[in-house]
Ligand binder design. Sequence first.
Ligand code: PNS
Length: 158
Amino acid sequence: MTVVRVVCPGSFDPVTLGHVDVVRRAAALFDEVVVAVGTNPSKSQLFTPDERLDLLRRTVGEIDGVRVEGFSGLLVTWCAEQGVTAVVKGLRGAKDYDYEEPMAHMNAHLTGLDTVLLPTDPRWSFVSSSLVKEVARGGGDVSALVPPVVLDALRARL
Ligand code: PNS
């Protein structure tokens, strides 16, 4: 039997309920999902890579067929080493599409790695890690938008 292994890559700084929803849906569609925690150099990070990994493991690590790993370097190289056949990402709207499209084409150009874009559940269409951090920094309530462990981590950090 062929196992279809996909990757949900991201910086996850921090993981939100929007991310959790995409990982859950990917796990329902594919045999194995690797959540790959990377660093986007164009974004400033609130949590270290180890902290982001830990928060993800505590939120999606128990879902059947899901494991959480860190990665560095090119995503396509890491996917080839891990036997990953496709990237799965959530799509909140046209702006996300404009961001994802060139990366999807570049990854396909480099190694043939394909990308599957899942429309975000409308409940989370306005949720991003960046906005969550901004609102939390300002003392706003993000408790309905992030897992409880992330809420605790945000409170401790800010
Ligand atoms: O949370 P983000 O910012 O959407 O995560 C982006 C990330 C880390 C998944 C992306 O920047 C990435 O894949 N980085 C690895 C380096 C790489 O492969 N760059 C070329 C992309 S075509």
